[in-house]
Ligand binder design. Structure first.
Ligand code: ADP
Length: 364
């Protein structure tokens, strides 16, 4: 049985004055799902979150929270009646209240003792139980953000909305906290949306990703789908990137300077392309092996690519990054695990680890 919708957004649009900021956005979230809204700065992520929270009235379309319309051109349910919780970048704890009073602030309808027990339960869950009597200024940024999470969860929101809550923290702490928060939300079956411009954070957190650009949802899907089957070149570049090679369709395969490939089934348009159609083929750095020229022809399924030359090499400690020149002009980034094995200037061939790379048809 499928879980019920907690949030449904249908053809939503919103403008600040005459500036259209959200355009035909649609997606939905079922109970317990965690989504990341990802995209470059200014694309409308925070605005979308604020619209869901009820801070803005919409121009058109609908926001449903559970089984009622919260926003439409005719309806606007105020934020405090939407049963959503919000966590911001700047922690927003009350500085004059200690930690337990911060967490129980929204539980004033409960008897005091029961509220405190409930508050301690949530503080323990975020591993802050021992700090209940401290004040916000006595905690680190990461600890304050955990308290903010406990406070939001204690109010048992139907939907938790998080706007870049980790971006003030340093990189290691941020990654650890994203993982931890995502586990807590999964354990408590909390439905949540995280706004971030950081791809890694979005992918760690979200079981679904909404990739936004200029107020539109470019692609909505599971992280692996977005990475493996981007709907257009912009998405492919934003999520992972890589090197684009020119290709031409010949007999159902695309011929490039590093060999011929059948195209991925996600590129129906490309596969249907007639002979002579032009393509751009994406080679992701981790999806390529460098092969010594003399060994290449012995590989199973060798696709006949040209001899290339290593023009740059850097070793980061965990991996080696090469830039390889193909056909004297096109350049391909290749990342291999471990120590460097090829010299700058050495001739190599490229072997793709996936047989059907991402490709998009382009005008000749
Ligand atoms: P993101 O969260 O993706 O960085 P925002 O939702 O904050 O993007 O902003 C989307 C667009 O709306 C930007 O062009 C921004 O300048 C504009 N904008 C954001 N807030 C306001 C506001 N209060 N008044 C007018 N324009 C705004």
């Amino acid at each position: 049985m499928s879980e019920k919708n907690i949030l449904k957004i249908d053809n939503l649009s919103f403008s600040y004055g005459t500036q259209k900021v959200l355009n035909s956005i649609s997606f939905d979230l079922q109970q317990g799902m965690q989504a990341s809204l990802l995209g470059p700065s200014g694309c409308g992520k925070s605005t979308l979150l604020n619209v869901v929270a009820g801070f803005h009235e919409v121009d058109g379309g609908e926001v449903w929270i559970e089984d009622r319309v919260a926003s439409s051109a005719l309806t606007h349910i105020p934020p405090e009646q939407r049963n959503t919780g919000m966590i911001f970048q700047d922690y927003a704890l009350f500085p004059h209240l200690n930690i337990i009073d911060n967490v129980t602030f929204g539980l004033q309808s409960m008897p005091k003792r029961a509220a405190k027990t409930e508050g301690i339960k949530w503080l323990n869950l975020v591993r802050m139980g021992e700090f209940e009597s401290r004040f916000p200024h006595e905690l680190s940024g990461g600890q304050q953000q955990r308290v903010a999470l406990a406070r939001a969860l204690a109010a048992k929101p139907k939907l938790l909305l998080m706007d870049e809550p980790f971006s003030n923290l340093d990189a290691d702490l941020r990654r650890a906290l994203v993982r931890e928060v995502s586990e807590i939300l999964r354990d408590t079956n909390t439905t949540a949306i995280l706004v971030t411009h950081d791809q890694e954070e979005a992918f760690i957190f979200g079981d679904h990703i909404g990739l936004m650009r200029d107020g539109k949802m470019e692609q909505w899907g599971k992280p692996a789908e977005i990475y493996a089957k981007p709907v257009n070149r912009w998405v492919a570049d934003f999520v992972g990137g890589g090197s684009w090679l020119k290709g031409v369709n010949a007999g159902g395969s695309v011929s490039t300077s590093v060999g011929s490939f059948k195209l991925d089934s996600g590129c129906e348009k490309s596969q249907d392309g007639n002979d002579g159609c032009h393509f751009e083929v994406l080679l992701r750095p981790h999806e390529i092996d460098l092969i010594r020229c003399e060994s290449a022809s012995q590989l199973d399924g060798w696709n006949g690519g040209e001899v290339c030359r290593v023009v740059h090499r850097e070793f980061t400690g965990q991996e080696t990054r090469y830039v390889v020149e193909v056909s004297g002009s096109e350049k391909v980034d290749v990342t291999t695990d471990g120590l460097p094995t090829f010299e700058t200037g050495e001739e190599v061939k490229l072997a793709l680890k996936r047989s059907n790379p991402i490709a998009f048809e382009v005008a000749a």
